[in-house]
Design a protein around this ligand. Sequence first.
Ligand SMILES: Nc1ncnc2c1ncn2[C@@H]1O[C@H](COP(=O)(O)OP(=O)(O)OP(=O)(O)O)[C@@H](O)[C@H]1O
Ligand SMILES: [Mg+2]
Length: 171
Amino acid sequence: MQKSIFNYIEGASLTLRFKACDLDPDKVSSEIGEIISKMNILTSQQKDEFVVATIEALLNARDHGCFELNSKEKGKDLYSPNTYEDKRQKRMKDPKLGNREVQVSINIDANKISIQVKDPGHGIPKKLSHPKDLRPYGMGIKLMRKLADRLIIKQSPSRVILVKYRRSNNE
Ligand SMILES: Nc1ncnc2c1ncn2[C@@H]1O[C@H](COP(=O)(O)OP(=O)(O)OP(=O)(O)O)[C@@H](O)[C@H]1O
Ligand SMILES: [Mg+2]
């Protein structure tokens, strides 16, 4: 019997646009994961990796790119005062920052799925600091690099592109 048409899609592209104040990275990424599952284009593990990497890219675009939050506000460690969340709540309500847009473009072809996350901020610095002691931040880009098959970072405008190559679920 013929399977669902989701199994026969060879290529697709999708563009989503969010106001920073409305953007819920977990929800968006898990819904993208549901589409990937329906289309059966990645193994279940690859799909989970793609979803987690997408959450990190969206968090960065919203918090750093749109709200201009500095991770140092998260505090030196988990016990230090944390002003990050308070500032995030305030900036979300500030129309100038809250109305900034995050654009997400997903492209699927016979070989791969890629997602581009674009924000209107100043861009991801070329040189990222590597603090010697453990901090409760600074893991997002490292995680994206681990989870994606390719990670491309571009500036002006700020863009992150995550790529996963398609493998059959039987491999
Ligand atoms: N879209 C962006 N726009 C501007 N700066 C960015 C953006 N994404 C990342 N950065 C900068 O790169 C740094 C490293 O990002 P990364 O995601 O690795 O860590 P983090 O966001 O600070 O903390 P974590 O992701 O672990 O919660 C950020 O602190 C921020 O200064
Ligand atoms: Mg981050």
